[in-house]
Design a protein around this ligand. Structure first.
Ligand code: FO1
Length: 312
């Protein structure tokens, strides 16, 4: 078992699966997950933090493995009742999931910052990884489509990611959450999870001082490519990269991280792209990256840590 402090920049489902593998080979107490909060939204008056919850539910063994988000075997009675009252219910919230949002919203109203609320939720769920919202302030992703600017969940869930994205902007004061900058600066290894580089990792990198902290650290910074065989493992990353003029490849992702990245872990089937990745300045390492089951997750975590150790 590795005992070094590790900081992981995280979006939602891909990052959660990666962390699930990482904690099988590393003491979870050594891991700090720095999580995107720019997808957060208010539904029915409740503050929902999708990426934070996806990570908490996954690490607690409660996640719905089919969708990758939400709680396994959750019921939807509240949602059905809300629909009967005439409310819009395109964003699906399960009954047990709603308890999380009620609790979070109540604590926020009592004046606790999101970081403290998240720590309480992690403790309640028995999650030992330190889960840090990237910021305690409200950061909001908006995407410009041919129909104008849309709030992130409008684009992602209500319109099912079918619009071409022409521009992305992150609104907010963008101050890092407590412990975030220190987690990056103090880590012996920094990992960028296989998450959407534009709308999951992008909002974290937009926070004041974080890109600089990543560039300044002497620890190896290792990313896992979320693009395999020219496609995104999950979600709209491929279409988004293409519509914004980036290469839909691990090299295209490495270029977005070029100012701080040391190693890019690419899938074995993309081994031929190693030269293109190396041209961005990152050292390519090919490994099986598809996390089909627990063994595959663990194998990927080991490959990433081996790549980091070889680089250090
Ligand atoms: N994703 C969907 O595609 N449809 C949903 O209705 C939906 C509801 C939802 C509720 C709680 C939660 O924590 C996540 C939820 N997600 C849903 C996932 C979420 O929108 C995305 O995974 C992230 O925002 C992108 O990382």
């Amino acid at each position: 078992m590795f005992r070094v402090s590790i900081a992981v920049l995280c979006g939602g489902v891909g990052a959660a699966r990666f962390l699930d593998g990482l904690v099988r080979v590393v003491d979870p107490a050594e891991v700090t997950a720095i999580v995107n909060v720019a997808d957060d939204a208010v539904f029915h008056g409740l503050h929902v933090s999708p990426d934070v919850d996806t990570i908490l539910y996954t690490l607690a063994g409660m996640v719905d493995e089919g969708t990758g988000w939400g709680i396994r075997d959750d019921t939807h009675e509240v949602q059905a009742a809300l629909a009967r009252l005439g409310r819009e219910t395109w964003f699906q919230l399960g009954d047990t999931d709603i308890a999380t949002h009620l609790h979070r919203t109540a604590l926020l109203r009592e004046g606790l910052p999101l970081s403290a609320v998240t720590a309480r939720l992690a403790e309640a769920f028995g999650v030992r990884v330190r889960v840090l919202p990237a910021s305690d302030e409200r950061e909001e992703t908006h995407v410009r489509t041919d129909d104008g600017w849309l709030a992130f969940q409008d684009y992602f869930v209500r319109r099912r990611q079918r619009d071409a994205v022409r521009e992305i902007r992150f609104d907010g004061p963008l101050t890092p959450g407590p412990g975030v900058r220190e987690a990056v600066a103090g880590a012996r290894v920094v990992i960028v999870a296989p998450s959407n580089p534009l709308v999951s990792i992008g909002p974290i990198l937009a926070i004041t001082g974080l890109r600089g902290a990543l560039a300044a650290t002497r620890a190896p910074v290792v990313a896992v490519s979320p693009i395999v065989g020219g496609e995104a493992i999950k979600g709209p990353a491929a279409a988004m990269l293409a519509s914004l003029g980036h290469d839909v490849s691990p090299a295209g992702v490495a270029r977005l991280y070029a100012d701080f990245l040391d190693v890019m872990v690419i899938d074995e089937r993309d081994a031929a792209l190693a030269g293109a990745v190396a041209a961005t300045g990152a050292r390519p390492v090919a490994a099986p990256t598809i996390m089909r089951d627990a063994a595959a997750k663990e194998r990927l975590a080991r490959a990433v840590l081996d790549a980091a150790t070889a680089h250090a």
